[in-house]
Design a protein around this ligand. Structure first.
Ligand code: ASP
Length: 331
């Protein structure tokens, strides 16, 4: 899991300086002043690497840009950061030491695009956007997505860093015949999901990941699946997920959060109720992490997680804060 290191803070401060007007933060809030506040613009994203991502998104929103442009620009920051081990370049590989990436994007008009199991491209979120805007499909995956990316002009690059390769070698050398297919994956659940609410009151969302570390080659999680890893209904709200993708897919997680808001729940309550669904299905003992973030159509925000340790970044009113989410279970 990402730590909130001094290095992260220094990089974040530089990014915030570039954003102009946002106040750098150096502490983790137990509850942000802006959480739950109304109105836009606002950006919310998962984990500490959401802070510099929010700053990039805020740059777009504060100059009158759209929520859709903001979320794409925002999540491209961790996608390009080799120190973020769970997204894009530098992401931990699968069991065959291949970095395969998943992403999706959705705008206020309900249009959406997605890509999954993509190798060799740094910005799957931008591939997803091109799928949304240049085709009448929603999802293009694997070799087809790589061919599509090449045709629309994206550059092919090696996504495996030396650090990620070394981590794989270490994991592989510790594997025995009796090991199952969930080795170490739980330590790597830091997908970035982001929701932006712009001045015009429009919502958009993005989600991008290298997925669980050491996953079976070909495994796709929730992150590129519209309604699981992320969902937007401009009339109601938007949500995004991080954590054990299989549990999120099985409960249509982000869609469920939005439907909970449709039934009148606050964003935080809507996230919590969707996590209770997962918990119930595991007899109250889900031994993994899932976190949700949400924004409603008034610009109110909320988040919640299954187990402790989930933090999210919230940018609003000139501040960009890391906030600790509440959680259902111990551990
Ligand atoms: N949700 C992602 C997946 O299952 C993992 C993560 O959040 O890092 O692929």
């Amino acid at each position: 899991m990402s730590g909130f290191t001094r290095r992260t803070f220094l990089k974040m401060s530089a990014a915030l300086g570039a954003a102009g007007g946002l106040v750098p933060v150096d502490r983790l809030f137990a509850g942000a002043a802006g959480a739950g506040a109304k109105g836009g613009p606002v950006v919310i994203s998962t984990w500490p690497h959401g802070v510099p991502a929010n700053a990039a998104a805020w740059n777009i929103l504060s100059s009158g840009g759209t929520s859709l442009d903001a979320v794409e620009a925002g999540v491209r920051v961790p996608e390009a950061d080799p120190e973020v081990r769970s997204v894009g370049f530098g992401g931990l590989p699968d069991e065959d030491c291949r970095v395969t990436l998943d992403a999706c994007i959705m705008g206020p008009d309900g249009n959406c695009g997605s890509t999954a199991f993509v190798e060799g491209y740094m910005h799957p979120i931008s591939i997803a956007r091109r799928v949304m805007e240049d085709t009448d499909h929603v999802m293009i995956v694997g070799g087809g997505a790589e061919e599509f990316a090449r045709k629309v002009g994206f550059k092919r690059e090696d996504m495996l860093t030396e650090e990620a390769r070394k981590a794989w070698v270490k994991w592989r050398s510790g594997m025995g015949d009796g090991d199952d297919w969930f080795p170490g994956g739980e330590k790597n659940h830091d997908t970035i999901g982001m929701i932006a609410f712009d001045e015009a009151g429009n919502l958009a969302g993005a989600c991008t990941t290298s997925g669980l570390a050491w996953k079976i080659h070909g495994r796709i999680g929730d992150s590129p699946i519209i309604g699981a890893g992320m969902y937007v209904d401009n009339e109601v709200g938007a949500a995004a997920a991080t954590g054990r993708g299989e549990a999120v897919i099985k409960t249509c997680g982000s869609f469920l959060v939005v439907e909970n808001m449709r039934r009148g729940m606050s964003p935080e309550k809507a996230c919590r109720a969707a996590l209770e669904r997962i918990s119930e299905k595991h007899g109250g003992k889900a031994g993994f992490q899932v976190g949700y973030i949400a924004v409603n159509n008034k610009g109110e925000t909320g988040a919640f997680s299954l187990t402790g340790g989930f933090s999210y970044a919230l940018a609003r009113d000139g501040r960009n804060e890391l906030v600790k989410a509440g959680h259902l279970q111990q551990g």
